[in-house]
Design a binder for this molecule. Structure first.
Ligand code: FES
Ligand SMILES: [Fe+2]
Length: 389
């Protein structure tokens, strides 16, 4: 029997205090069955990151995506709102949107040409009641629109709650926004501008999504995996972050890259002057990795593709319109390149841990009660979701 068939037995060890805890079992990183269970018990019941709103720049923009095997479509409607629907036609279940595109009028199914508004209402059902009869007695089109997914956009991330019953987003995110009020103030979120210099970065990793999150939560590996970063932001300059139940990571008191070229980038006006070198790197569970610095932020959405395969999608954001102008292009490129080095250095670590999860010589490992606290926080979060399900 797999430890996951007896979740209380396997997960109790994760839920112990850190000194006595072990990590999630290897199956959590290798099994297809577990992957599907995790989609339904962990991702569906929380606010998961799906995509970036700024990648759908215009009204009528439509983008089909697969989320852990589920076909979804993201769109920007006529009111300029981001909406997400299950990407399946209500008639005979054909995939509705096949390609990313700009839609002028309605979404039209290519099978029997049923059409839907960008708010998901069923509009056209040609010949449904017989040749030339587009409606039929007893058929209520309102009951057959596209099935919406609960959605909220924050910091440019399109978050989805598939189960529909997670706490309201604003309430959910409050432990994080409460802490970040110090840095971003009232106006910070409204000032973030996506920079399309290369659209950020896309990284394919041969690793379970959780290993990307775990690695992001810790600074312990810094001296050995990131020797360059460690020259100015050293291990001893870091502190642990555990904000409420759903957010953990690490902060630095010495973020001052010494290899920047170009003009100084504008900073968040409310960021405290005596903390300009402070930066925070927080995992928004399950799969959104956020970084804030005084002059830019970044967001990585970890897209789980399978037990041992993920895509990491990174976008950078700068402070105000001026920051994304030509004048600051060199500084933005230098910033992106410095992160490219760091994130590429992490690939070897997460892929190596993934390979290690195939070893019967490893059974969840141990956590340092001094260095691995945020990682353990994340394991406990996953374990609690599985137990609750
Ligand atoms: S399946 Fe879409 S119109 Fe028939
Ligand atoms: Fe790292």
């Amino acid at each position: 029997m797999s430890p996951l068939d007896n979740p209380h037995g396997a997960l109790d060890a994760v839920l112990r205090p850190i000194e006595k805890a072990t990590g999630l079992p290897n199956e959590a990183y290798t099994s297809d069955e577990y992957f599907t269970r995790e989609r339904d018990a962990v991702f569906a019941r929380s606010w998961a990151g799906l995509w970036f709103a700024s990648d759908l720049p215009k009204k009528g923009y439509v983008k089909p995506v697969e989320f852990m095997g589920l076909p979804l479509v993201i769109l920007r409607n006529k009111q300029d709102e981001i909406r997400v629907f299950h990407n399946v036609c209500s008639h005979r279940g054909m995939i509705l949107v096949h390609d990313e595109m700009e839609v002028q009028g309605a979404l039209r199914c290519r099978y029997h040409s049923w059409s839907y508004s960008l708010d998901g209402e069923l509009k056209g059902t040609p010949h449904f009641g017989g040749i030339g009869q587009h409606r039929a007695e007893g058929f209520d089109p309102c009951a057959h629109g596209l099935k919406p997914v609960r959605t909220h956009v924050w910091m440019d991330v399109i978050f989805i709650n598939l189960s529909g019953d997670a706490p309201p987003f604003d309430e959910y995110v409050r432990p994080l926004t409460g802490q970040w009020a110090t840095f971003l103030g009232e106006t910070g979120y409204g000032r973030m501008r996506s920079a399309f210099n290369g659209k950020g970065m896309e990284i394919a990793v041969a690793s379970n999504w959780k290993l990307a999150v775990e690695n992001y939560c810790e600074s312990y590996h810094l001296p050995w995996i990131h020797p360059g970063l460690n020259t100015y932001s050293r291990l001893e300059d870091h502190y642990h972050i555990m904000y409420g139940d759903d957010f953990a990571g690490q902060g630095s008191l010495a973020y001052r890259p010494n290899d920047r070229v170009g003009s100084p980038l504008p900073r968040f006006p409310e960021w405290p002057q005596d903390r300009l070198e402070q930066a925070e790197y927080v995992s928004f569970y399950p799969n959104v990795l956020l970084g804030i610095q005084a002059d830019h932020t970044f967001t990585m959405i970890v897209e789980p593709l399978g037990p041992a395969r993920s895509n990491e999608h990174l976008r950078l954001y700068y402070v105000g319109d001026e920051a994304v102008g030509d004048e600051h292009a060199a500084s933005r490129n230098a910033t992106l390149e410095s992160w490219r080095v760091v994130f590429n250095e992490d690939i070897d670590a997460v892929e190596g841990m993934q390979r290690g999860r195939r070893s019967p010589g490893y059974r969840g490992g141990v956590f340092s009660p001094f260095m691995d606290n945020p990682t353990h926080h994340f394991h406990q979060w996953v374990a609690r979701k599985l137990v609750a399900a």
